[in-house]
Design a protein around this ligand. Structure first.
Ligand code: PNS
Length: 166
């Protein structure tokens, strides 16, 4: 059985992430989305919120039989091993992602040679898109509907209202 792990911060999930989830889920028998909890960079959304948003999106896209969402602490390769994964999935948007992604993939391969990283090039329509762009727009009350799955839009706005930013 081919199991892939798609790790990230997902702060919050974007349509670019969803596109990769859909495409990667066709390549493996099971895809485990790994939501990192021990992030040195501070996230706006709690790990529970990020996992909840992903679960809503998985359900809305009828991917429940193929895709599950888990949070993880520590090293990605340890999480991938614990999930019996053969692949780590990452998205590449532009050349600016390349250095970091190459370093990550090569380091992970050095740590656990049995697990390889597969890159999906982001679809052109999402190549500009990032969670940080979404956060910035939402923090000023801008329109995020074309950037994130519809089922999370209101919750993103609610978060910014709750922290007093809009
Ligand atoms: O969505 P992101 O923030 O670009 O995802 C980064 C992520 C979660 C893939 C990366 O930070 C990660 O794997 N962190 C876990 C710690 C680890 O294993 N680091 C790689 C070896 S240095």
């Amino acid at each position: 059985m081919k199991i892939g792990v798609y790790p990230g911060s997902f702060d919050p999930i974007t349509l670019g992430h969803l596109d990769i989830i859909i495409r990667a889920s066709k390549l493996v028998d099971h895809l485990v989305i790994g939501v990192l909890t021990n992030i040195s960079k501070k996230t706006i959304f709690t790990v529970e919120e990020r996992v909840r948003f992903l679960n809503w999106v998985i359900k809305e896209n009828n991917l429940e039989s193929k895709v599950k969402v888990e949070s993880f602490n520590g090293l990605l390769v340890d999480f991938a091993k614990a999930q019996n994964a053969s692949f780590i999935v990452r998205g590449l948007r532009a050349v600016t992602d390349f250095d970091y992604e190459l370093q990550l993939a090569q380091t992970n391969h050095k740590l656990v040679p049995e697990i390889d990283t597969i890159f999906f090039t982001t679809r052109l329509e999402y190549s500009y898109l990032s969670s940080s762009t979404v956060r910035e727009i939402a923090s000023f009350g801008g329109d995020i509907k074309q950037f994130v799955p519809e089922c999370i839009v209101q919750s993103v706005y609610d978060k910014y209202k709750a922290i007093g930013s809009v």
